[in-house]
Design a protein around this ligand. Structure first.
Ligand code: SAH
Length: 259
């Protein structure tokens, strides 16, 4: 019987991988990887068979059952099996289902942590998720409901938290903002989307709950995380200032032209 490692691949940038993860990839005989794993990270698995088990937007649980079974089967014929997951395996990664399936089959398993999207996003923005006098807690939540869960369960925790990191929330931003305001958050609470955090294609949209409630929902091609809270106020003010400067510059240019 081989051993299975649930390994965090980090948020995207291949050099945000732990040394342990890199070593295990080099030793792996087979690697089951997610949709969000960077190709350069996969290149570290020099002798492994690579199996794509990627699913975007949390598709059917039958796929999860397939992955669970595939890991168990792989451990029967491979010494080192790596299950490579985006970010940290233990944050919205269905890791527990895989751990339970492996334990039930009597297969040894270890978890290697990775950098989760919220941490990569906060690093890119240069804004601490906690801050003396402003934020003493961070909630990692998703508005996406799993089987048998009520869709509003996330709200109680999120609305009470100082800083909120919302995973898998970008398509539901309008509903999220509406619910958070209804639960008592001030409408001008800053909200920041970060798409492809840590990658060269990273993009950010700095906004407010109010704007998300009343305006169009920004659309993203890559994975995006939504961060909400007062810690982002300065960022949001500097963006507004910058926009005001741009508007002024455009107005001045128009006036100069017409003069
Ligand atoms: N285990 C992962 C999360 C998987 S859920 C982790 O710890 O990061 C998938 C969600 O994670 C996406 O919908 C998005 O909200 C977020 N995400 C993952 N990678 C991201 C990235 N590079 N930039 C922004 N958000 C990301």
């Amino acid at each position: 019987m081989g051993k299975v490692y649930l390994v965090g691949a980090g948020p995207g940038a291949p050099d945000l991988l732990t040394l342990r993860a890199a070593r295990l990839l080099g030793e792996a005989d087979i690697v089951f990887y997610d949709a969000l794993v960077h190709p350069d990270t996969l290149k570290l698995a020099t002798k492994a068979r690579l199996v794509d088990v990627g699913k975007r937007n949390g598709k059917a649980s039958t796929e999860q059952r397939f992955t669970n079974r595939a890991l168990v089967e792989a451990a029967k014929s491979h010494a080192v099996v790596v299950r490579l997951k985006g970010g940290d395996p233990m944050i919205f990664g269905r890791a527990q289902e895989e751990l339970d399936a492996l334990a039930a089959a009597g297969i040894e398993c270890d978890v290697v942590p990775g950098i989760t999207a919220a941490h990569a996003a906060s690093a890119s923005l240069g804004v601490s998720l906690t801050r003396r006098g402003l934020s003493r807690n961070v909630a990692f939540v998703t508005p996406r409901a799993g089987e048998g869960q009520s869709p509003v369960e996330w709200l109680a925790v999120a609305s009470a938290a100082d800083t909120i990191a919302l995973y898998m929330a970008s398509t539901q931003a309008h509903a999220v903002a509406t619910d958070l305001i209804a639960a008592g958050r001030t409408p001008d609470t800053p909200a920041v989307f970060i798409e492809n955090a840590s990658l060269p294609s990273e993009r950010r949209v700095v906004t407010t709950l109010q704007a998300l409630r009343s305006g169009p929902t920004p659309s993203f091609e890559g994975p995006a995380i939504l961060l909400v809270g007062e810690v982002f106020r300065e960022l949001s003010l500097s963006v507004m200032e910058h926009e005001a400067e741009l508007r002024l510059a455009v107005t001045e240019r128009c006036q100069a032209k017409s003069a």
